[in-house]
Design a protein around this ligand. Structure first.
Ligand code: HEM
Length: 248
């Protein structure tokens, strides 16, 4: 008797491989509010993508260290597409009206996206290292260790600069003006800038959503809310890559 398609080898299935029952048991709403499931699912989806982003950003850095610019650029392309998705995802949450958010918002405090460990890891590996988060974030010992490792390890910019040095230390202006000689470095720098620009776009998209949901109220994490978030909008991972444009 031949088995039917989809029934061979019973050891592994879609659900058991992907741990779907476990995954679907992780959305524990605190209230009966209709929109709370959406709120939880969107945040969890962000954290899953942050996990993938971190793996890709590590690959970008590690491959640069191995002079493998092809794979660095390949991974940067994926980073860029993931960011597009993450920026668009904000719109889903914006279908929630502020009154509907208020139906469960008070239950959330003092939890806040401010405490996302992976978000800080992305900032750190990209070059925005800030050791003060080690004290400010309520992190488990395992999360503390991850953050400490990110603070100690080389950033994307460190790896890029080391690569530029191994390629004869051309200045950024030379890289931009002589693409015939430094095409790979130029492409890499543009890929890095895409990542930087995407992150800045996410920040501004997030603050607009915050203003739409809670106006000028303080955040559940205890900050001034949109006012605090607006103070982060000018942060950049690679200021040199922005600055060189004025000198061309
Ligand atoms: C209704 C939707 C949302 C509202 C009203 C909101 C509100 C806020 C506020 C007010 C802050 C400032 C810190 C505080 O006092 O709490 C904040 C920070 C933050 N939120 Fe959201 N947020 C929302 C959705 C999201 C989503 C979907 C994510 C995705 C992971 C996210 C990630 C973050 C991060 C990473 C920070 C820290 C930013 C930084 O310190 O630079 N937020 N959010």
């Amino acid at each position: 008797m031949g088995s039917n398609f989809g029934e061979e080898g019973r050891r592994l299935s879609y659900g058991s491989y992907l741990k779907i029952p476990e995954l679907l048991s992780l959305q524990e709403c605190l209230t009966e509010a209709h929109d709370e499931l959406l709120f939880i699912a969107v945040h969890q989806a962000y954290e899953l993508w942050f996990k993938v982003l971190l793996q890709e950003l590590e690959a970008v850095r590690d491959r640069m260290q191995l002079d493998d610019t092809f794979w660095s650029r390949h991974a940067l392309r994926r980073v860029s597409v993931i960011w597009r998705l993450l920026i668009e995802q904000v719109e889903v949450l914006e279908t929630m009206s502020p009154q509907d958010f208020l139906a469960f918002r008070s239950e959330l405090a003092p939890a806040s996206g401010f405490q996302s460990i992976q978000f800080r890891e992305i900032e750190f590996i990209s070059g925005l290292k800030n050791p003060s988060y080690l004290k400010r974030l309520e992190a488990s010992p395992e999360e503390q260790a991850r953050l400490r490792r990110r603070l100690e390890e080389p950033t994307l910019w460190d790896a890029f600069c080391a690569l530029v040095e191994r390629r004869g230390s051309p200045s950024l202006e030379e890289v931009f003006k002589r693409r015939d000689l430094h095409g790979e470095l130029f492409d890499l720098s543009e890929g890095l800038l895409d990542h930087d620009e995407s992150f800045a776009l996410w920040r501004s998209r997030h603050v607009l959503m915050v203003e739409r949901q809670i106006g000028s109220k303080t955040g559940t994490g205890g900050s001034t809310g949109a006012q605090y978030l607006r103070s982060t909008l000018d942060k950049r991972f690679f200021p040199e890559l922005w600055a060189v444009r004025s000198r061309l």
